[in-house]
Design a protein around this ligand. Structure first.
Ligand code: AMP
Length: 196
């Protein structure tokens, strides 16, 4: 199973990705998580990405394309993957298409999380409060100001992926504002209906 989760920041992609991992034995490839790990480990990629990420801007394509290509080839991805946070632009989607063709792989579906962007700001403020209350580190980009910038960037760049994948017959929209269990159920139903 090879999937993309498409939706603005705070739409619940990470939560649903984890469920898909458990259900299908695939790996979650989140460029945001991988970049944060690189920053924490102080690798060369991490050093390049840190300031860009703190400002809520996009890390250069060659960096994210490279880390995705490498992870797709790893043995733990043999059953497939769910991409979360990648691709972010049509240019990245085209690069992914070419990359997968080169590996003789095809996407099965692109799950589109349909959400009310204004309500997401409340959700992200809560995510930061919950993390703080649990004594966990709060993401630097989980503050309303940077979050709004990430939302704007989504509208300007990533929203164009909806027609891109619709044209390819891969788009499966779900209501991302529904409770977690309902979203999971909608995704399960969409995937069960895929042609074998
Ligand atoms: P996320 O956790 O997906 O919200 O990503 C956090 C940050 O990592 C983003 O604001 C970007 O700075 C960077 N990032 C994650 N994925 C990508 C991507 N596909 N292309 C460029 N930058 C990315």
């Amino acid at each position: 199973m090879r999937l993309i989760l498409l939706g603005p920041p705070g739409a619940g992609k990470g939560t649903q990705a984890q469920r898909l991992v458990d259900r299908y034995g695939i790996v979650q490839l989140s460029t945001g998580d991988m970049l944060r790990a690189a920053v924490a480990a102080g690798t060369e990629i991490g050093r390049k990405a840190k300031a860009i990420m703190d400002a809520g801007q996009l890390v250069p394509d060659e960096i994210v394309n490279g880390i995705i290509s490498e992870r797709i080839d790893a043995p733990d991805a043999k059953n497939g993957f769910v991409l979360d946070g990648f691709p972010r632009t049509v240019v990245q989607a085209e690069a992914l298409e070419k990359m997968l063709a080169g590996k003789a792989m095809k996407l099965d579906a692109v799950i589109e999380f349909k959400v009310d962007a204004e309500k997401l700001v409340d959700r992200i403020v809560r995510r930061a409060e919950d993390a703080r209350a649990a004594g966990q580190p709060v993401r630097k980009d989980d503050n309303p100001e940077v979050f709004r910038k990430r939302l704007e960037e989504f509208r300007a760049l990533t929203a164009a992926l909806t027609p891109f994948y619709a044209e390819r017959g891969l788009l499966k929209p779900v209501d991302g504002m529904a409770p977690i269990e309902d979203v999971a159920e909608a995704i399960r139903t969409a995937l069960e209906r895929l042609p074998a």
